[in-house]
Design a protein around this ligand. Structure first.
Ligand code: NDP
Length: 488
């Protein structure tokens, strides 16, 4: 298709060079708003993954990357951040045509966040270090905090650049080298990031991009003995597979997985704010958000009044062209996801939940594109499939609760534990509930807040390890303890 900005190279980025895959195989990447082929992307197979790992290994062991001081690594990450910002329009455009994310989000939220993230971790490069420890006896004991080695990053399609850089930036800051595989659904911004790394002069081999499918490229990464750690974001079932495969070569693993997060409205909440938060919580990025507040738990006494407010506001949200700066709700990312979401809407109807908004495909323009209406189900019970399984789309399930005990029981009655929201004016109840919830993040009177400095990650089957903040640095370093006999 014709594009407003030049597309990044459709090759693999290995050892600081753009190379064709050895098999010369390519696959299409599709614009979900129009169903047009955007371009063909290189498919990396086992030999290409091996090439990338060898180059990352060399850069880590004795290449120019390994010789850089921590301060100079930080300076390079600052340069990447600045270069990303100077290309904000291109990055935002590529993300939007690749996954249907409204341009208002990709341009004003995702890309600036990514730049800030690189600045944040640039600052950490020379500040996360070892310590001296007052051990028993006449010994000097100190620790070195060293990089893990070659990090393989495998990421999904819902926030392609953002979720990739949550891993790449701290990994590089700590002195690791990276082999990155974006989802085959959304390779464009990762390739653009490689161009930026080239532009700022990142030493060859420090960052490599191997595009391709999970089944082929991802599997080759999991099996490769030269990768020391896998940083993965994706679905829980894939996460289980990643752990199983990584175990065969005892790779370190961190997993950011799915969620079925409760967004909780108490009877004393500010209903206007809560309605706004509930809508943003489920319809932001068309609900293709791991932390989406997909279970709306409403106190029974407030149910009717709150639902009315919610619907008044939600009715204004309509699907549109994601490249239009006014659009707030775009198409789903791909055909499979579109069918999956429609099937869940069908399941909700069959199980007896009541559609109070949407509930069908959405017609935009000439009828092409994977558009679904923003959908709200009422009268959902926590046992229905639409309350238990991650739909990963714009479908909200409203569930009633009676009192705090009932609320905590229902909120935690899920295999997931990624995030939660609580809306109340009662400060004691807010903190009580936040402590009781089994979730990695709790938002009180807000939803979907992120900052490079604040940790994010899951409880239960939403994964383990933390991204963002200083907590993420733990999993990109290992500690060496050194003893020196000081007895004269
Ligand atoms: P998948 O688990 O299908 O894919 C995630 C990544 O894993 C992709 O790069 C995919 O490649 C790759 N992959 C798939 N199969 C394999 C395999 N056998 N071996 C190695 N790699 C593989 O997730 P989706 O892309 O469908 O993303 C949606 C999921 O991600 C949702 O469950 C969502 O909750 C979760 N997520 C979690 C977040 C968090 O921070 N906790 C944030 C965002 C999303 P490919 O796509 O190329 O096949």
């Amino acid at each position: 298709m014709e594009t407003k900005y030049a597309l990044p190279q459709s090759k693999l980025f290995i050892d600081g060079k753009w190379v064709e895959p050895r098999s010369n195989k390519k696959f299409n990447t599709i614009n979900p708003a129009t169903e047009e082929v955007i371009t063909q992307i290189a498919l990396a197979e086992e030999a290409d993954v091996d090439h990338a790992v060898q180059s990352a290994r060399k850069a880590f062991e004795d290449g120019a990357w390994s010789k850089l001081s921590a301060t100079d690594r930080g300076k390079l990450l600052h340069k990447i951040a600045d270069a990303i910002l100077s290309h904000v329009d291109e990055f935002a455009y590529l993300e939007t045509i690749d996954i249907g994310k409204p341009i208002s989000e990709s341009k004003n939220i995702d890309v600036p966040f990514v730049a800030e993230l690189f600045h944040y971790y640039a600052g950490w490069a020379n500040k996360f270090h070892g310590e001296t420890i007052p051990v028993r006896g006449n010994y000097l004991n100190y620790t070195l905090r060293e990089p893990v080695g070659v990090v393989g990053t495998i990421t999904p399609w819902n926030f392609p650049l953002l979720l990739a850089t949550w891993k790449i930036a701290p990994a590089l800051a700590m002195g690791n080298t990276v082999v990155h595989k974006p989802s085959e659904q959304s390779p464009l911004t990762s390739l653009k990031l490689a161009e930026i790394c080239e532009e700022v002069g990142l030493p060859e081999g420090a960052f490599n991009v191997v595009t391709g499918s999970g089944r082929i490229t991802g599997s080759a990464m999991l099996a490769h003995p030269g990768i020391d750690k896998i940083a993965f974001t994706g679905g829980t079932s894939t996460g289980i597979l990643v752990m199983q495969e990584a175990a065969k070569t005892l790779k370190k693993v961190t997993l950011e997985l799915g969620g079925k997060s409760p967004n909780i409205v108490l009877e004393d909440a500010d209903f206007d704010a809560a309605a706004k938060g509930a809508i943003a919580g489920i319809f932001y990025n068309k609900g293709e958000v791991c932390a989406a507040g997909s279970r709306l738990l409403i106190q029974e006494s407030a149910h009717d009044a709150f639902l009315e407010k919610l619907l008044d506001r939600a009715k204004k949200l309509t699907a549109g062209d994601p490249l239009d700066p006014k659009t707030r709700f775009g198409p789903l990312c791909n055909a499979d996801q579109y069918e999956k979401v429609l099937a869940y809407i069908g399941a909700g109807k069959e199980e007896g939940a009541r559609v109070v908004l949407g509930g069908d495909r959405a017609q935009v323009g000439n009828g092409k594109g994977y558009f679904v209406q923003p959908t709200i189900f009422d009268d959902v019970t926590n046992q229905m499939r639409i309350a238990r399984e991650e739909i990963f789309g714009p479908v909200l399930s409203a569930i009633r609760f009676k009192d705090l005990d009932d609320l905590i029981a229902q909120a935690n009655d899920t295999p997931y534990g990624l995030a939660a929201g609580v809306w109340t004016r009662d400060v004691k109840k807010a903190h009580y509930i936040a402590k009781k919830l089994k979730a990695g993040t709790v938002w009180i009177n807000t939803y979907n807040m992120y900052d490079p400095a604040s940790p994010f990650g899951g409880y239960k089957q939403s994964g383990f390890g933390r991204e963002l903040g200083m907590h993420a640095l733990e999993s990109y370093t290992q500690v060496k303890s050194i003893w020196v006999d000081m007895n004269l």
